[in-house]
Structure formats: C-alpha cells, structure tokens
Ligand binder design. Structure first.
Ligand code: AHR
Length: 496
C-alpha cells in the first residue's frame, strides 16, 4: 500500500452558495421505482401511509432530499396527467411503452406524487409532456396544480379532494426532446419550448421555474441553440443528461458487480468526464448569459450498467457497489465546484432503478453505498462555497492515468467547514497537508465510507456491509490540517 502526497489550499469563502437542489433525486414510472418501490399494493402488510412505503420515506427524510423529479424521463413525454387523477378504480390502464411494455394502472398520479413530496418535505419537480401532449394539456395541468381561483381545473381538483393549490415551482418543459421526447432538432424544440412555456402560466403566488430540455452529454450544439433561440430570460434552467457507462458502450455496458481493475479504471475515467462536459456547457451558457441567471440542471446522472441477471431488461435494476459510492462522491464534488452554474441535479434514480439510493425486495429494504454518500454530503446543502487549489496525485493503470483525488468544501451558516474528499485509487492512500488560510477552527472530526473491495455491495442478507464510520485519520497541526486518506474511500471532514 504505497502512499502519495499532496497539498490542498482552501481559499477564502465567496458569496457562491452550493444549492441544496444539487442533491435532488429522480423517480420515474420505470421498473420498480414507483410501483413496488415507493408505492405498495392496496392491502400490503408493509407499513405504509396511503400506500406510500414508510421505511423508504424515513430513509429519504434522513438525507434531506431537497427535490424529487417525476414522472419521467422518457415516460413523461407519453404521460397524460388526467389519466392519473380521480377515483383510482376509474383511472384508465395504459401500456408503459418505454419501460418493459408493462401495464401502468395510473394508481400513482398527481395527488399521490404531491403527497409523497409532502411526506418527504421536498419540492416537487414535474416534467410536462411536450413529445406527445398538447399545449392545452400542459397549460391545464399547471392550472390544476397552481391556481387558487375559480376555473374548470380548480373545480375538478376540489372534487378530487384538494381545495388549495400545491404551488409547484420546478417545471420541466419536456424531457430528452432530442431522443425519446420527440427526436427533435434543437431549433424545432426551442420554438416548441417558447410556445409551451408561454401557456404554462404563473399563477398568483406560484411563479414557475421553467426548465428547458437540454443536451445529451457532449451535444454542445443543443445548448448553444437553446441559449440563442430560447434566450436566458425565458427559462430558469436548462438541463443536461450524462450517464457513466463502465465500458462506454450502450450495448454491453458492463456488470454492476463483476468488474476488474481495468474496467473500474475506465468507469472512473468516464465518470470524471462530467467535469469537462459541465465546463464546456457552462462556457456556452456564459456567452449568452454572463450573469449566470440560467441554472445548468443536470437532472439525470449516475452509473448505468447491465441489469442484474434474470431481471427484466426494461426495468433497469442494477446493484450498487463501493464503485457507485466513489462515482457519487466524485460527481457531487464536481457539481459543488461548479455551483456558480450547476444549481440543480437529480441522480437517476431513487429506488430500484439505475444508481439507486434504496433497493427493496418485498418487505425488505436496503440502503446502498450511494445513499451513504448523500448522507455524508448533505452538510454542503445551501452552504457557502469554499474554492480549493490543489494538484492531484495520479492513479495509474498500465499507461493510463487519471486524477486519484477530488475534493470540494463549504462553510455552513454556523461557521463549520466541511471538506469532502474522494480517493479513487484502489491501492494507494494519499497524505494531504491542507492550508486553511485565515479560516479559524479548533477541532476536526470526520466520517468515512470504504470497504475491502470496490466490488463490495450491500445485500438483503448483509445490508450493512458498507456503511459510514468514524474517521480518525485527520489531525490539526498549527492551522494546517493533515489527512491520511485511505485508498478507495469517500471522507467528509468537519472543522469547527
Ligand atoms: O433514467 C432512465 C432514462 O434515461 C430516462 O427515462 C431518460 O430520460 C434517459 O434516457
């Protein structure tokens, strides 16, 4: 176990805030995320409130989920919201064409989603249907949700038991309009956005934060066209989707649990591409919006592997290893460090789908390594950003190398400083000597997430194999902080 050394220099606090909405999540009508994840059968013995699973809600409340995106994803552009309101036994059944061709019974709709958000104490982020829906349909949904007066939609809402509007604010105008959301060109989408966004009205006390459907990974032309043709004044945010594929190949993406060091290295290399992708999209946005009014909303990110053997390929169910946790820690550090522009993000997806926080099996539930990273990083939410300068040691495999270390830091309203550090190198620890400048502090404590192997996972039989533990590898030396950062670990320090 060799050791490399580096120095971190934490700069003075800025006015920049790490928005809590960077720590958002995403729940689509896909596989077992909503049905069999959040939502249980009518007479289920699993503890629930109005069919919403309570162990899942309790776990998510602990990490302070700030916002939840719904109903998709690709599903959003085939979702017709009026199918999901009113008496459940009268709701039409439809086919979920995107995800496995299964029956969607519409038992989980607008009221149920907003009840879930209330239970989680988080903000809803609804994606409206542009691909196969009409302008009128979207306009009426917003009226149903947000208008506090007399109108046909509010009459129906009241009939359905909701007297007062919910006042939803985050509003997606389509999803992946370049792909499953309609296979559009950016020019055509920009025009459609302007039209749909016009009639998605701001009602009194309920201004919308309209979010345009943005680029797929390195599609810089999409961002350029939207910024130019829609214009910064017409949107609150513009999205970006980027998934980490272990092999870089959509046909054979690679296993979630069985991979060698070369594949681990390639996965982390692909994960680190988020830095370049965000930087380049942000630079284009700067050209049209130098005051950074429009948020870059990375509302789909995470690792996408092959499904677990024997499961429905349309359900995107994958296990979650220590590798996933290192991806989460690294990506959240990238977002924190770009928090001048990245002001919202949503991991795909919350329960039983892709890089999930939670896996369920009948009445059993487990928290994945990724969940534990969100638990560690919640200290950054709405804290003041602290820039850091440093040079990372290399993590080398054969002739290839990537940065072994990534970090971010913030200072919360009580003055406590939090530094999150990720060591991607599975063999070598890193010795870090950190200058804190003029920042005053007396004590350091910390927590660590690591395990013997990057392939280690939590299972329903051993659900606590990977969990956060006390970290004692950080010491004060004058005003400097010395850290021995173990191989393949995520550490969050608190300096007070
Ligand atoms: O998160 C799974 C899918 O990935 C979403 O439905 C879609 O937007 C993206 O292609």
């Amino acid at each position: 176990n060799a050791q490399t050394e580096t120095a971190l220099n934490i700069q003075a606090p800025t006015d920049q805030i790490v928005s809590k909405h960077i720590y958002g999540h995403f729940s689509e009508h896909l596989g077992r995320c909503i049905y069999d994840g959040f939502w249980v059968d009518e007479n289920s013995a699993i503890p629930n409130k109005g069919r919403i699973r309570l162990d899942v809600v309790d776990a998510l409340k602990k990490i302070k989920v700030p916002n939840l995106r719904w109903p998709g994803g690709c599903f959003a552009d085939e979702y017709h919201w009026r199918d999901g309101i009113g008496p459940r036994n009268e709701r039409p059944k439809m086919v979920n064409t995107n995800w496995g061709g299964v029956v969607e019974d519409n038992s989980f709709g607008t009221h149920e989603f907003l009840e879930l958000c209330k239970m989680l104490d988080c903000e809803p982020y609804i994606a409206g249907n542009v691909g196969s829906g009409t302008v009128e349909e979207m306009a009426k949904w917003v009226e149903y949700l947000n208008f506090d007066g007399t109108s046909p939609m509010t009459a129906i809402r009241k009939q359905n038991g909701m007297d007062k509007p919910w006042k939803v604010s985050f509003w997606g105008v389509g999803n992946e309009s370049w792909g499953c959301g309609g296979n559009m060109t950016p020019e055509y989408y920009s025009d459609l956005y302007r039209r749909y966004a016009t009639y998605a009205r701001d009602y009194e006390g309920a201004p919308l934060k309209r979010i345009a459907s943005g680029a797929n990974s390195e599609d810089y032309k999409w961002t350029e066209t939207c910024m130019k043709n829609i214009g910064a004044g017409r949107m609150w945010g513009l999205t970006l989707h980027y998934y980490t594929l272990p092999t870089g190949n959509w046909k054979t993406k690679g296993s979630a649990t069985k991979f060698d060091e070369e594949q681990y290295f390639n996965t982390m290399k692909n994960c680190l591409r988020m830095e370049e992708i965000v930087t380049k999209h942000a630079a284009i946005m700067d050209k049209y919006d130098p005051k950074k009014k429009v948020a870059l909303v990375v509302d789909e990110w995470g690792i996408w592997t092959d499904v677990e053997p024997g499961t429905n390929p349309g359900f995107l169910y994958q296990q979650n290893s220590l590798r996933d946790a290192l991806i989460a820690g690294t990506t959240l550090n990238i977002f924190n460090n770009h928090s001048d522009r990245v002001r919202m993000a949503n991991l795909a997806q919350t329960v039983n789908v892709l890089q999930a926080l939670i896996l369920t099996e009948k009445d059993k539930m487990l928290l994945t390594p990724t969940y534990h990273v969100f638990d560690l990083y919640k200290v950054h939410m709405d804290a003041k950003y602290l820039p850091i300068k440093f040079t990372s040691p290399d993590y080398t495999v054969g002739n290839n190398k990537i940065a072994a270390l990534n970090v971010s830091a913030s200072q919360d309203s009580t003055g406590a400083i939090h530094i999150s550090l990720v060591n991607l190198d599975p063999k070598n620890k890193i010795s870090i000597n950190t200058s804190l400048g003029d920042l005053k502090w007396k004590t350091v404590t910390g927590q660590i997430l690591t395990s013997a192997n990057v392939t280690d996972i939590n299972t329903f039989d051993n659900s606590n194999k990977i969990h956060n533990a006390k970290f004692s590898g950080a010491k004060k030396s004058g005003n400097n902080l010395k850290v021995e950062l173990p191989a393949q670990s995520v550490v969050v320090l608190e300096l007070k």
